[in-house]
Ligand binder design. Structure first.
Ligand code: PLP
Length: 394
C-alpha cells in the first residue's frame, strides 16, 4: 500500500475551491490590524488575533528592526546550544514580572510551549485531564507525553471532580484548561477549577493564549479572577495580543528549570528569532503601559456581541473580543463566509471537527466604531442564512 494513496482521494478542498467557497489559506496582499487587502480589495479584518492592534506599532517595528541590526536574522540553533540571547532572558524576566509568576521560559511558538511543558512533566503512568474545548496543541502534547488522557466537560468543575475521584491511586495528575476559549470567547472559571485541583492534589496549567494582554488590563485570566500568580503553570503565545511569534511557559523556578532541560520541542528546535523576541518584548511593555488598548478591544467585543444578538444571531455569551456566530446548518457556513467577504468583511469560518459550525469574529483596539457598523450592516444582509431555526409553533 502506498501512503500517498489517501492524497489522491482527498477532493473536498478542491471542490470548495472550484465553487469559490473555500475559506482557508487565503493569501492577503498585506494587512494592518483593522483592515487587509485581498486581490487588491480592502476588507475589514474581523478574523485576526491582533487584539491590541500592535503589529504595525512604530515601537514594535523599531524594536524588531533594531534586533535584526544587532543580532542578525536568526539564532541558527536551539536555546540549549548556541541559540540563547540576553534578549530572550530579558523577555522572560518581563513576563515573570507582568504575570506574577516566579520564572518564565520562552519557546519558538505557543504550540511548542504547550507541547514542551506537558510532555516534559507528564509521562506514562500519569493522568492529564483536559477541558473538552482546549486547544489542539494540548491534545497533541498529551499524546506525545504518553500519559493517560481524560477529557472533562467544557468549563465544568463538577465533571472534573468526578473524573479526579475515579483516577487510580498514586498517579500524578495535571489538569489543563485554556484561560479564554479561542472558538467561543468564553472565560474559564479558573478559581473553581483550581479549588478542585487543590482538593485532589492535581497541578493546574492554564493556557492563556487569548487572555494574556487582553483581560485584567492585559494581566490575563487569572488576574481577571483575582488569583494572579496562583495557577501552577501558565502558557502564553506572542502570536496574538503580543504581535509577534513565539510562546512561553511560566511557573516555579525549579519546575521551569526542569522543563528547560526536558522539553524536546525546545531542545530540538531553533530559538525565537531576534526580531520576534524584540517585537514580543516591546509589545508586552506597551500592553503594560497602555491598558486602554485591552479595554477598547473588550469594549468592541461586548458591543458586537450585543448588536449581533440583536440581529437574532446566536453568539453564545462571549466575554472577550472573540465573538462567535453559531450556525445551525453546517452547510451554510462557507456560503455565509463568502457572502460576508463579498460585502468587504473577513471573518473565520470554523467547521467540525475543530468546533461546531460558526463564523468566528474577533475585534481589535485598532477597529473604529464606523468599521464595526460596516460589519454589522454586512451581517444584517446575510442574517437570514445564519439565524437559528424558529422553534416549531404548538
Ligand atoms: C489556546 C491556544 N493555545 C496555543 C496556541 C498556539 O499558539 P502559537 O500560534 O504561538 O503556536 C493557540 C493558537 O492558535 C491557541 O489558540
Amino acid at each position: 500500500l502506498d501512503v500517498f494513496e489517501r492524497c489522491e482521494g482527498f477532493l473536498e478542498a478542491r471542490h470548495a475551491q472550484a465553487a469559490g467557497i473555500y475559506p482557508y489559506f487565503l493569501a492577503f496582499d498585506d494587512h494592518d490590524a483593522a483592515t487587509a487587502r485581498l486581490n487588491g480589495r480592502e476588507v475589514v479584518m474581523c478574523g485576526s488575533n491582533n487584539y491590541l492592534g500592535l503589529t504595525r506599532d512604530e515601537r514594535v517595528l523599531a524594536a524588531a528592526s533594531e534586533a535584526v541590526g544587532r543580532y542578525g536574522s536568526s539564532c541558527t540553533g536551539s536555546r540549549l546550544l548556541n541559540g540563547s540571547l540576553r534578549l530572550h532572558e530579558e523577555l522572560e524576566q518581563e513576563l515573570a514580572d507582568f504575570f506574577d509568576m516566579p520564572a518564565a521560559l520562552v519557546f519558538s511558538t505557543g504550540y511548542q510551549a504547550n507541547l514542551g511543558a506537558i510532555a516534559a512533566l507528564a509521562g506514562p503512568g500519569d493522568v492529564v485531564l483536559v477541558d473538552r474545548e482546549a486547544h489542539a496543541s494540548i491534545f497533541d502534547a498529551c499524546r506525545l507525553s504518553r500519559a493517560s488522557m481524560r477529557v472533562f466537560q467544557h468549563n465544568d468543575p463538577d465533571h472534573l471532580r468526578s473524573q479526579l475521584e475515579r483516577r487510580p491511586a498514586d498517579v500524578g495528575c495535571l489538569v489543563v484548561v485554556d484561560g479564554v476559549y479561542s472558538m467561543g470567547g468564553d472565560v474559564c472559571p479558573v478559581p473553581d477549577i483550581l479549588e478542585v485541583c487543590r482538593q485532589y492534589s492535581a497541578r493546574l496549567m492554564v493556557d492563556d493564549a487569548h487572555g494574556a494582554g487582553v483581560l485584567a488590563a492585559g494581566k490575563g485570566t487569572c488576574a481577571y479572577h483575582g488569583i494572579s500568580g496562583e495557577a501552577d503553570l501558565l502558557t502564553l503565545t506572542f502570536s496574538k495580543a503580543f504581535a509577534s511569534l513565539g510562546g512561553a511557559v511560566l511557573g516555579q523556578e525549579q519546575v521551569i528549570h526542569y522543563i528547560r532541560h526536558h522539553a524536546s520541542s525546545q531542545i530540538f528546535s531553533a530559538s525565537m528569532t531576534p526580531s520576534s523576541t524584540a517585537a514580543a518584548l516591546a509589545a508586552v511593555c506597551i500592553a503594560r503601559r497602555e491598558p486602554w488598548r485591552a479595554a477598547r478591544a473588550l469594549d468592541h467585543g461586548s458591543f458586537m456581541a450585543a448588536e449581533l444578538a440583536r440581529l437574532g444571531l446566536d453568539t453564545g455569551r462571549p466575554e472577550t473580543p472573540i465573538v462567535p456566530v453559531r450556525i445551525a446548518r453546517t452547510e451554510a457556513t462557507a456560503l455565509a463566509w463568502r457572502a460576508l467577504l463579498d460585502r468587504g468583511v473577513y471573518v473565520n469560518a470554523v467547521l467540525p471537527p475543530a468546533a461546531s459550525a460558526r463564523l468566528r469574529t474577533s475585534y481589535t483596539a485598532a477597529h473604529t466604531r464606523e468599521q464595526l457598523q460596516f460589519v454589522l450592516k454586512a451581517f444584517a444582509e446575510v442574517a437570514d442564512e445564519l439565524r437559528p431555526a424558529e422553534p416549531a409553533s404548538a
